[in-house]
Design a protein. Structure first.
Length: 367
């Protein structure tokens, strides 16, 4: 009986926006906080030829219902997942995690195809078979790795590794002259589907590299790789070096522009501050100037007061008419000493001569 495809699977679809820690979403089933303890393994998964199997016990598959209820610790459900695993990425790891979590007690066996099979049936790989074996070995969900795995699963292979279920995404995989290489596995009720991670695959990664070939070629040339190692012609090598220099010049010009903008902005801020301070000081200066030299300023009052004092010093005020000096008796007339009589004069000049010769002297002065 074929197990259901959606009710029991731990869906690991990646959300486009990549929200959540490490790209996790609400569908991942990962608690937001976990206890501080080591959950990873300390050793890589062993190869199948390094693991001893007790063939004395008969090979009896467990049913899906038995596997879901849980099997004894010494009899885990043996789940097999195979693939190329070129440029091992998070999509591969998520698929293996789903296979590992299919049942409460699961032993995950992963088969990796050799370079010969892969190049014949699928195409050239970026990583060689040893690199792909090593990458799968270090995935935390893998318990055992099968090197040189077959392209099509045979009953003999399933019996040799005592496999209970085969895990793979449910999309028909056409290859080796077949519309679906897992068709006979599905018909036998041994197929356990997983879900692909959207947005990432080995083909997508290679497409990015091919699309941005010039960028990565320049990047590796800058890091010390030779043109021969990158299979870059002499002309392209010089072109990439020239582009790198041009980009550096552009970057420097951009940095200078940004620094000049920052400098101009700082100068503007300083000038605005200076203008504001100057306006404040100028208002204060003008106010003080008007207070001192304005129409009603302190200087005008000082000048008026000084002028009044000067006029008062130059021309003092006369004594009032009620002064007692006017009540005093007139002083005797002063007469010229050597004459007892007034010199004769004409009647016209008599009054002038009298005023010129005769002086009134007070008693004090006469004494």
């Amino acid at each position: 009986m074929e197990p259901p495809t959606s009710s029991r699977l731990n869906s690991r679809k990646r959300r486009k926006d990549g929200s959540g820690p490490n790209g996790a979403t609400e569908l991942d089933g990962i608690p937001p906080k976990m206890s501080c303890r080591s959950l990873g393994l300390r050793e890589p998964a062993p190869f199948s030829d390094e693991v001893e199997i007790d063939y004395s016990k008969p090979y009896i598959r467990v049913t899906y219902e038995e596997a879901m209820r849980g099997t004894p610790l010494d009899r885990p459900v043996r789940v097999y997942a195979d693939g190329i695993f070129d440029l091992f990425h998070s999509g591969h790891a998520r698929a293996l995690m789903q296979a590992k979590n299919l049942f409460p007690n699961t032993y995950l066996i992963v088969g990796v195809c050799s370079d010969e099979l892969t190049h014949n049936f699928k195409g050239f790989t970026v990583m060689n078979e040893n690199e792909r074996y090593d990458a799968v070995q270090h995935c935390r969900y893998v318990d055992e790795v099968v090197r040189n795995a077959p392209w099509t699963l045979t009953p003999e292979f399933l019996a040799e590794h005592r496999i209970d279920f085969v895990a793979h995404d449910d999309i028909p995989y056409s290859s080796a002259g077949s519309d679906d290489v897992y068709k006979h596995i599905k018909e036998a009720g041994m197929f356990a589907p997983t879900q692909r991670t959207e947005g990432i695959s080995t083909s997508d990664i290679i497409t990015r590299i091919v699309r941005d070939y010039d960028v990565y070629a320049r990047r590796n040339l800058q890091r010390g790789y030779t043109a021969k190692e990158l299979n870059v012609s002499f002309i392209n090598e010089k072109k990439y070096h020239l582009q790198e220099r041009v980009d550096k010049v552009k970057k420097r010009v951009k940095d200078v522009e940004e620094k000049s903008k920052e400098f101009v902005q700082k100068v503007e801020e300083k000038s605005i501050d200076l203008i504001q301070k100057w306006e404040e000081k100028s208002r204060e200066f003008i106010g003080n100037f008007l207070e001192m030299f304005g129409p009603e300023g302190a200087l005008k009052h000082m000048l008026k007061e000084g002028k009044g004092r000067m006029l008062q010093a130059i021309s003092p005020k006369q004594s009032p008419s009620s002064s007692p000096t006017h009540d005093r008796s007139p002083s005797p007339s002063f007469r010229w000493p050597f004459s007892t009589k007034t010199p004769p004069s004409s009647p016209a000049n008599r009054s002038r001569n009298e005023s010129a010769v005769t002086y009134d002297i007070s008693e004090d002065e006469e004494d």
